[in-house]
Design a protein around this ligand. Structure first.
Ligand code: FEO
Length: 390
């Protein structure tokens, strides 16, 4: 495959992985992903910025050969995770003069994870520069989006910013440049929700920093290149911003239908009051959709049946995930139904301890909803409506 030129001897040399269905054994991929790598040919030195996931490394190296890349001086590791560094051991054998350039944190990671020898690594710090002759690489440490070792590399003269995982998308493509479509926005939001949202405040900080660098293009580690950086930066400013929307998300698991009946009743009351709702069946729907739904939501209503006097494991899984992702929710509550009794609300509330939310009085019943249940749900709806209107 012939490498595509992005600008002035800077090339895309990454690969699509359309077959991959799940990332980190956790995140379902709707259409696979891409592992982006960039080749920068300076007048004196050549650098690769990020490399390749190990299972694709032979194809990646074959492409380097087909493009006659006989010598690489520097391999920039913007982050140690192995979807970008998996090919490093093979590359260091192939290019015996090459040095891995990275920060101290990433150095430790690649030495531990990939057994990269210390004498093949050059450590750089924030704002350091590396000359390739007529091109300069400048490094910006960006810990927290999403690993402590993350950094960005700015190709200064061409004003191209390699933003690592930040601003990326699990998205495959033929044209390396983003089309700013709704489909891309959907994939980028899903990626933000699943990977970046736990670091929302850091996303705010680095969105501003990238805006200040003002690159002509953003070259992320997954997904297409943004020729119009404003497209993705405006989305990140919105998603990571502190404002939540007039939206209630209702994930639920319902063994015999009574929890779902209560969820539907509440959602209907909220809709009639002008509040948008997203109902999510935890058992049959993709958890990635739940992650996306809570990016903007103001309120979470978790619906759960009970199993063995405890929350249904599917509800516990959803609570665990929401707690890990730590969205900008303002309010949360629980709707539940039990057969024998036990502790539902206490256990689920404890599982949401990361969230900085105000808890609204839960509704917990035995068996099926009755007249007084609907009164309690009316009160819950009134409270949510009043909170959303504040
Ligand atoms: Fe795409 Fe954090 O690796």
């Amino acid at each position: 495959m012939k490498f595509k030129e992005i600008k002035n001897n800077v090339y895309y040399c990454g690969l699509n992985d359309c077959e991959r269905k799940i990332f980190d054994e956790l995140i379902p991929l709707e259409q696979g992903t891409s592992y982006n790598s960039y080749l920068v040919k300076g007048s004196l030195k050549t650098a690769l910025i990020d490399t390749m996931y190990l299972p694709k490394s032979d194809e990646y190296i074959k492409n380097l050969d087909e493009n006659n890349i006989a010598k690489v001086d520097y391999i920039i590791a913007n982050h140690g995770e192995q979807d970008h560094t998996g090919a490093l051991p093979k590359l260091l054998k192939k290019y015996p003069e090459a040095v891995v350039v990275t920060n101290q944190f990433c150095k430790n990671n690649i030495m531990e994870m990939l057994l990269i020898p210390e004498d093949r690594i050059q450590v750089i710090k924030n704002n350091d520069e590396l000359s390739l002759g007529d091109k300069t690489l400048k490094f910006y440490m960006a810990p927290g989006v999403h690993w402590p070792d993350t950094m960005f590399t700015h190709i200064v003269e061409d004003n191209l910013l390699c933003s690592c995982d930040f601003l990326g998308a699990h998205y495959t493509f033929d044209d390396i440049f983003a089309n700013d479509s709704k489909e891309l926005e959907h994939c980028a939001k899903r990626y933000y929700a699943e990977i970046m949202m736990p670091f929302r405040k850091m996303c705010q900080k680095y969105t501003k920093q990238v805006q200040e660098i003002n690159p002509e293009m953003i070259l992320p580690s997954h997904g297409p290149i943004y020729k119009n950086p404003k497209f993705i930066l405006d989305l990140y400013a919105d998603w990571s911003g502190d404002e939540s929307k007039n939206l209630v998300v209702l994930p639920y698991v319902s063994m015999y239908g009574s929890v779902e009946e209560m969820i539907d009743y509440l959602a209907d009351k909220l809709n009639k009051a002008g509040i948008q709702t997203i109902k999510h069946d935890i058992v049959s729907d993709d958890l990635g959709d739940l992650a996306m739904a809570i990016v903007d939501a103001k309120t979470l209503v978790l619906g759960a049946s009970m199993v063995l006097a405890s929350p249904h494991p599917a509800a516990a899984n959803a609570a665990y995930l929401v707690n890990l992702l730590n969205p900008k929710l303002k309010y949360a509550t629980i709707i539940g139904s039990y057969g024998w009794g036990g502790d539902l609300t206490g256990k689920l509330t404890n599982m949401l301890s990361n969230l900085k939310v105000e808890l609204i009085e839960p509704v917990l019943i035995k068996g099926k909803a009755k007249a007084d249940t609907f009164q309690k749900l009316d009160a819950m709806a009134d409270t949510i409506i009043q909170k959303h209107n504040q």
